[in-house]
Design a protein around this ligand. Structure first.
Ligand code: FAD
Length: 346
């Protein structure tokens, strides 16, 4: 027979059972929903199914109601839509206030937020205010449906282990999830759900930050997350000149995006925005070329969503050869020009 629960345990489980539903924060910028939010609707839908609850999207901004339909189409049963001029640009205070007020009123059991610059800032502030836990930068999610626990997995101890973290006594259970690690569900055109437009008080005079001007980043735009082909270079390229000749040369010839290992970034050959891996960007291209990259776990965690990995390395025992689809044991300075030169002609 099951052991009887103590009064304290009953109070505890009653408190937790008030929380129901899976929420996804819908991040939008300049009237466009970020792909990570659609990916989280896909992942959140699976969790909601296992918990037998609704999936909700929380969309806030200034006159972005045109995006609501897209949130339904990507899987939300309900959309909380909050429209206010103070939400025009992302600022921690008003966004956090809205999320916290909604969570206190509607008590979701899970809140998922993309691990973007905005999402990382928002999630920490919301979790602190709600006095709940947050598992940051997750790469996998699952549910223990018996105990209604979110199983949030992320790299730990410098990427040497994958740790699954659970919040037994705190609700909501919060996690930020890296872009590109979850798959979007296929959109269902004209799918509809329930729109909830709660009244939220926001007083601009009480918000301590102001956005005076938005200055767009100058220089080459690096979009690794959406790239279909990536040519990435590592320490094996020797120096900055080698990196530029080999990596940028091949990338130009095949219209690919350049990426780098942390060793190449730390050597100052390219800027940090090119870094792929645990402390860089997570990518999921169709083809990933790893040139002179050894395949450290912290690098591999950022490329495991790639369809095809091609590695060129002089060391036959390099760990990248355990992970790649095609491997060439050889010198990048000999192999890569054999590819680049004829491709340039095309
Ligand atoms: P190396 O490991 O030095 O490998 C160079 C490779 O080039 C070797 O395998 C060598 O055989 C090969 N080579 C040499 N000459 C040639 C040639 N002529 N032709 C072909 N091959 C050649 N790393 C990341 O990349 N991204 C991260 O986000 C990241 N985050 C980290 C977070 C933490 C907390 C820690 C502790 C580490 C992190 N690292 C990260 C660092 C990671 O552990 C490795 O040190 C790094 O990935 C190594 O980069 P590399 O493969 O370019 O260099």
């Amino acid at each position: 027979a099951a052991a009887a629960k103590s009064p304290a345990a009953l109070v505890e489980s009653d408190k937790l059972s008030r929380f129901r539903g899976v929420w996804v924060f819908i991040e939008q910028r300049e009237g466009q929903i970020l792909p990570v939010s659609m990916e989280l609707l896909g992942a959140g839908g699976k969790l909601a199914q296992k918990l037998d609850v609704e999936l909700s999207g929380v969309l806030m901004g200034d006159q972005v109601c045109g995006l609501v339909d897209k949130v339904y189409e990507y899987g939300a049963d309900r959309v909380f839509y909050i429209d206010h001029p103070s939400l025009h640009y992302y600022r921690t205070e008003p966004y956090m206030r809205v999320m916290v007020d909604l969570a206190e009123k509607y008590c979701p059991e899970v809140i998922l937020i993309g691990a973007t610059t905005v999402g990382r800032d928002l999630a920490g502030a919301v979790a602190t205010e709600l006095k709940t836990g947050l598992t940051a930068d997750c790469t996998e999610l699952d549910i223990d449906s018996g105990q209604r626990l979110l199983l949030a997995t992320r790299p730990a101890f410098g990427g040497n282990i994958m740790a699954t973290i659970v919040a037994r006594r705190h609700r909501p259970q919060m996690a930020t999830i890296r872009p590109k690690v979850m798959r979007m569900a296929a959109p269902v055109p004209n799918r509809k759900g329930v729109l909830v437009q709660p009244e939220i008080e926001l007083d601009e005079n009480k918000i301590l930050t102001r956005v005076l001007e938005v200055i767009k980043e100058q220089g080459e735009k690096v979009n690794l997350q959406d790239a279909e082909i990536i040519v990435a270079g590592g320490r094996g390229l020797g120096d900055r000149t080698g990196f530029i000749e080999i990596c940028f040369g091949l990338a130009r010839a095949i219209d690919a995006q350049v990426g780098a290992s942390r060793a190449a970034v730390e050597a100052g050959w390219v800027e940090q925005k090119y870094q792929i891996g645990q402390t860089g960007v997570t990518v999921a291209p169709k083809i990933y070329l790893a040139l002179g990259i050894s395949g450290a776990v912290q690098h591999l965690v950022g490329i495991k969503g790639s369809d095809i990995i091609i590695a060129v390395n002089t060391d036959p025992d390099a760990p990248i050869f355990q992970e790649c689809t095609y491997g060439i044991v050889g010198d990048v300075f000999k192999i890569v020009p054999l590819l680049t030169e004829p491709l340039k002609e095309l």
